[in-house]
Each structure stands twice: as structure tokens, then as C-alpha cells.
Design a binder for this molecule. Sequence first.
Ligand code: SF4
Length: 220
Amino acid sequence: MTHTDLECVACPRLAAHLADLRRRETDWHNRPVPSFGPLAARLLVVGLGPGEKGANRTGRPFTGDVAGELLYPALYHFGFASAAEPLDGDKSANPRMRLMDARITNAVRCLPPANKPTSAEIRACNLHLRREIAAMPRLAAILALGGVAHQSVLRALCLSPAQYPFGHNLRYDLPAPLPILFTSYHCSGYNWRTGRLSRESFERVFAALRKEVPLAAEEN
Ligand code: SF4
């Protein structure tokens, strides 16, 4: 399986929460959110999980709420996206929007109540992340957004978090042939509002990343 199983119910608490939402919000996605972007991409961006009225509603990671308001413009600015706005209007996908050499996924693919998945749920969904990484033949860099994503990436790669502590704008050269790991504070509304993460600081992460994943025209 190279994409999220939309019927995965491995986490009973999350599955029950989504079943309840499907009854109440009939036009929302309310299922595991599949990754977005080509599997042939060299960059994989890993977030925490879908927001209730964001990706859980739209079905596309980091769309529909404030979480994408830093991410997609940064992807666009650094040439990883064809447009800065991933949605057309409130919900439907922007037909002009595609990711170029980048893919976006989450450590936990079902909406966690209060944005807080349990350790068991994070561990269960690591299977999907591991398969995702294994299915990307050209993967050169992973950007982990936040501590949970960072630890999930390390777990998926069978590496110890103690050896690679989380911090903002770090770069880890993992043992070959693994991709380079970049880290950033999560681009959540909370981090943005509280000043923990600014647009400038977030874009510095992408500038560092772009040096390792050059535009196709810059290669050689
Ligand atoms: S969080 Fe992941 S493992 Fe758990 S039910 Fe959703 S898709 Fe399955």
C-alpha cells in the first residue's frame, strides 16, 4: 500500500470520533487524510495530523485552516508548488495547484481530538509513514514539522530520537542511504500567533532545504 488506506480503523478512538463526525458533518472528508503530491518527489514534508476544520474537512493535508497559510506560500516561494493557494474557494482543490518535487503527509492521518493523538495512535500510524517513505524512490530530504512528526520520522527510519533531538531549523545527515532530515517548529496557528514561528524563520528552513534539493534546472 503506497497511500493511506481510507478505511483504516486501527485506532478505535479516532475511528469512533470520525464516525461520529460523519453523522454530523456529512459533506466533510472525515476519514484518514491521504498524502498530497507525487511519490517521485525528492522532498517529503511531515506534519502532525489533520485539523478538524482543515484537512479533516477538505481531505487534503494542511488546507482549509491556518496551518497551511505558512506552508503553501513557502512551498510556492521556493519552487515546490505551482500556486500559493491550495484551495479554490472554501473547500474544493485549486485545479492550478500542484506540488513539484514535494509531497505532504502527516504522522497521524486521522483527526485527533483536541489535536492530541495518544502514543499508541502515533505508533499505529507509523506503519503508514514507514510505507510512504519506502515508496518514494527519489527521496532526498524530509522536513519534520514539530516534535511529534520528528519522532515519527525517526521511528519510521528505525533511528533513536535521543541521537537526533528536536529543535527548530536543524539539519541531520542521517546514515546513508537515508534522506537528510530537516526540522522546524510546526506551522500551526498557535505557533504563528504566539510568535514561536514567524514567516521569515520558517522560510529560512526552506532556504536551507532548497540547497540540498536544488531545482531541476540547477542540478549538475
Ligand atoms: S491514525 Fe493512522 S493507523 Fe490510526 S486509524 Fe487513522 S490511518 Fe489508521
